[in-house]
Each structure stands twice: as C-alpha cells, then as structure tokens.
Design a protein around this ligand. Sequence first.
Ligand code: CA
Length: 231
Amino acid sequence: MAIILIVEDEANIAAGLQFNLELEGHQVEIATDGLVAKRLLIEEARSYDLVILDLMLPHVSGFELCRAIRRKSNTMPILMLTAKREDPDKVYGLRVGADDYVTKPFNLEELLARIDAILRRKGWSTPAPAQHDVMSFGEVFIDFDTFQATVGGAEVKLTPIEFGLLRAFRDNEGLVMSRDQLLEAVWGWQNPASTRTVDNFILRLRRTLEPVPSAPKHILSIRGAGYKFVR
Ligand code: CA
C-alpha cells in the first residue's frame, strides 16, 4: 500500500484516479490547486510514496511544484500529467525532476501500470537524482541548466551575462572579486568590456534580485576592491 498525492484541478480526473488507486489498496489525498499542493509538500514537508502532478494548475504550475519538491527531496517519485503533447514540455518536465509523465487524455490501464512500475522501482532502488546546477539565496532561486530564475516563486528574466555573473558569484561565495576578475570570468578575454559595464550589470542584478536594491544584502560592493557575494 502506498500513500499517493494527486495534484489535479479537474475534479473528475482526480476522483476517477482516486477511486481506482483506492481499489488497489492505496491511500490517496487530493490537492485541487498548486497552492494547496505547495502547502502540503513544501511548507508541511509531507512525504508521499508518489506524487501525481498535473502540469497546468491554478496558482502554482506543475513545473514550479516539481522544482520545489526536488529542492527538498530527490527521492519522492513524481509522475507528471500533461495535457500538452509537445515534446519540449515533456522533456522539460523530466529535466525539472519528474520521474515519468503521461499525456492527457490518458488510458487508465496504462497509467495504473506506470504507477505500479514507479512504486516497484522505489521499493528496491532509489532513482539517481537529477542534479541541476543551481543557486539559491534569500527568495532567489537560479537554475543554470534551464536558465530559469525566480524571486519568491515568481519568474524573472535574466540575460546570459547575468546568469554568468551569478555563477561566478556562486563559485566564489564570500570572496571579494575584482571587476577584472569578473570580466575575465564572465565576458572572457575575447569580448573585452569595460569595468563600468560590470558595474551596470551589478546594478541591474540588484534591481531584479535584491529586496532593497539600494541596500543590497547579497551582492555587496567592497570599496576599492570589487564585489562580494554572500548568501
Ligand atoms: Ca489542470
């Protein structure tokens, strides 16, 4: 018997799945939107043998939930339900940490078989976690693999140079980096930029990521020396 969370806003789909999974002896909970799911999974940190996660949800998307779950747990199995047939979405779902996905409308027998397979797999081995190159501080979460950035759960747009700067900061956390070091690390010698350019990008990063850009807590100026990142 497994404890399964169904995150699905279409009530008939959720109820149908619950009925069939309970027939097989499983215990089922339902979250009807992303916020409820987030509360259960992240705030209350509840553990399930399987999370069946719809992609398109009110308030918080399945992708976002998936990433949030993976930040907390690499081992909780996630089966993503997607109404979209486009391959990029599926691949992206797997990249953010889903173990499997099923496209809606699904064949119930097939879905139950896949659920069985995931639960069996969990029984004898833990799947290798999808390790992403990430960074987090304060309300900020950065995924360098998917080029995604969120502040307080809301997506923000960053340029490749800004991702590069953040990566340089992450890799040198707590150390003072001169403008020349940042230029070399991010722009490289092939694309000379001025130290003033570094300052401009830092200002933009602070405006995007710092709660109070004029009083930064993470991307600090070190007078006469450069910049220092602290978490
Ligand atoms: Ca939906």
